[in-house]
Design a protein around this ligand. Structure first.
Ligand code: PLP
Length: 426
């Protein structure tokens, strides 16, 4: 099998509409922040039934600016989950505040509201909620805690574009809702992000901070309306989205629902195909919620599967299937251990999930044949591991008749968001 048969984890589904729009944008002479970004903001806001939306360079930027716009800084504490990408915590740190972790519910993998409440101190200023894998967090409980304690609520919706909770869309519960359009996300602009704000003032401040702290509408300074002077009113950042990125996003957004339906179908196929395996499958979506089906995560418990999680990763990669880890719990990382004294065992649910979890490809781009190959490989790797004495580097059949000795890439060899590094370059 050639490497062109490698199933890239999170490969985006790009159609001719996106390609044509990017080409039109390139030919238009205006590739930076401009009319296409304004259109993407309006259409994303319409999708979310929300008025205040600003497109940015990433979800990380959206979260950094949300924490700043919430008035949070040095001396303040912000409570968040250990089961997330490092960007969630880094955004808090870059605003000068101290992140405090609250463990997850092991079933939903979302932050446990009781753990949040237990960590509130007089210094707590905000909660950052992640809708993990696209599953809505317990927003009744979390908005209640925020209200009772006078805390800001920031939603990290990197996985949660289509997520709903009791009929309301994720990202519209909090003071700020932050979205990612990274290459593997449900809607992609390559790199990119969006923030929804509750107030027009917060939106204006975020837009200003995203463009060096220059006064309003500074991006229009070279437009055909004539040159506009601008003034720098804060020391801001360079976090704006380009029209080139929005050209992709506008058309991606138009297919958000059909792509969602395709991922739901694949999700159901995986659930059926793996029902008899000794692995833990994702919990069913909770009642009155809509799951975004961003990640399909399985737990590999060596005691049941007779194979370690990392061996499973290696064998799947060796059978030309890109897999991800979402995530090692944040306290596993040296920088946070050194800076905040975090220890994985203090957040046992997140630690266990982080050491056992594997994400399978769930892109709307997957063909039926590729889904079948993934299913056969998972069944082959788990089934044979159980019948083999011990997996070291001996031959393992990959479910499609092939044999391999390769152990493949381990989680440390992956780029952000579970993409193999080489896939990022392709
Ligand atoms: C939960 C979570 N938060 C934040 C981010 C950061 O998103 P971005 O890459 O757009 O900055 C990611 C990216 O994968 C994520 O998964």
């Amino acid at each position: 099998m050639s490497s062109s048969d490698f199933i890239i984890f999170g490969a985006p589904s790009i159609h001719q509409d996106e390609i044509d729009e990017v080409v039109d944008c390139l030919k238009s002479g205006w590739i930076g922040t401009g009319p296409r970004v304004a259109r993407f903001e309006k259409e994303f806001g319409d999708y979310k039934n929300h008025r205040f939306a600003a497109a940015l360079s990433s979800c990380t930027a959206a979260m950094h600016l949300s924490v700043l716009a919430a008035g949070i800084g040095p001396g303040d504490e912000v409570i968040t989950t250990p089961m997330t990408f490092c960007a969630t915590v880094n955004a808090i740190v870059h605003a000068g505040a101290t992140p405090i972790l609250a463990d997850i519910d092991h079933r939903t993998m979302n932050i446990d509201p009781a753990e949040v409440e237990a960590r509130i101190t007089p210094n707590t200023k905000a909660i950052v909620v992640v809708h993990f894998a696209g599953r809505a967090a317990d927003m009744d409980a979390l908005t209640g805690i925020a209200r009772r304690h006078g805390l800001k609520l920031i939603e990290d919706c990197a996985h949660a574009i289509e997520t709903e909770y009791c009929g309301r869309k994720a990202g519209t519960f909090g003071d700020f809702g932050c979205f990612s359009f990274y290459a593997t996300k449900n809607v992609t602009t390559g790199e990119g992000g969006m923030v929804l704000t509750r107030s027009e003032e917060d939106l204006a401040r975020i837009k200003m901070l995203a463009l060096h702290g220059m006064s309003k509408d500074a991006w229009k300074r070279f437009s055909d309306e004539g040159y506009k002077h601008y003034f720098v009113v804060e020391t801001g950042f360079k976090y704006n989205m380009m029209d080139l990125q929005a050209a992709l996003g506008i058309h991606q957004l138009r297919r958000v629902e059909s792509n969602w339906r395709r991922r739901e179908e694949i999700w159901r196929q995986y659930n059926e195909a793996f029902a008899d395996l000794p692995v833990t499958l994702p919990a069913e979506p909770d009642k009155e919620t809509r799951h975004a089906y961003h990640l399909y995560t399985m737990l590999i418990d060596e005691a049941r599967t007779e194979i370690t999680r990392d061996q499973f990763l290696g064998l799947m990669t060796a059978s030309d299937i890109g897999v991800g880890v979402h995530y090692l719990s944040l306290p596993e990382h040296p920088v946070y251990q050194e800076r905040f004294g975090w220890r994985p065992e203090d957040y046992p649910n997140a630690m266990r999930v982080g050491r056992q979890t594997v994400s399978l490809p769930l892109s709307a781009k997957l063909t039926d044949g590729e889904v079948s190959r993934i299913i056969e490989s998972v069944r082959g790797v788990i089934g044979q591991a159980r019948s083999a004495e011990k997996i070291t580097s001996e031959e393992i059949s990959m479910g499609d008749g092939r044999k391999t000795k390769k152990q493949g890439a381990m989680s440390q060899e992956r780029g952000g968001c579970g993409q193999p590094f080489f896939a990022l370059g392709t």
